[in-house]
Design a protein around this ligand. Structure first.
Ligand SMILES: [Ca+2]
Ligand SMILES: [Ca+2]
Ligand SMILES: [Ca+2]
Length: 144
């Protein structure tokens, strides 16, 4: 089901271009098709899109320079939003060192996707292959 055949790519392209407007929309989450749950594919697509945004020079690797820029941006983001919760222990680079599986100081797309899969599995507490609203780590929408 997760095989990437040429048709899969076409579907992927359609889904991601259709989902683009929604991804930028007020919901701002990874639920590209808006069905209320995040599938493994949607989670992976989002991780890949995020990686490509972070890979400033687009060489397929996030290196130490790019990593530093991202961490700086994340710290600035957190500073602007104290309600996002401070990270005890500081640093805030925990996710990144976890992603860097071979500890060479760089994160490849393969490493990022592997880490994203592991995170998906950890979040999917009922193991149905989808992340329901309740299983999602962050709810960004207004609390109604
Ligand atoms: Ca979905
Ligand atoms: Ca790069
Ligand atoms: Ca689930």
């Amino acid at each position: 089901m997760s095989r990437l055949l040429p048709t899969g790519f076409a579907v992927l392209f359609l889904v991601s271009s259709a989902g683009l407007a929604q991804a930028q929309g007020p919901r701002g989450n990874q639920d590209a098709n808006g069905d209320g749950v995040i599938s493994a594919q949607e989670f992976e697509d989002a991780a890949q899109a995020r990686f490509q945004r972070m890979d400033a020079n687009q060489d397929g690797v996030i290196d130490a320079t790019e990593l530093a820029a991202i961490q700086k941006r994340m710290e600035e983001f957190r500073a602007q939003r104290p309600d996002a919760g401070p990270r005890p222990g500081g640093g805030g680079g925990g996710d990144w060192s976890a992603m860097d599986a071979d500890h060479d100081g760089k994160v490849t797309l393969a490493e990022a996707l592997a880490a994203s899969k592991a995170r998906f599995a950890a979040l999917d507490t009922d193991k149905d292959g989808k992340l329901s609203e309740a299983e999602r780590p962050m709810r960004r929408g207004p609390p109604n």
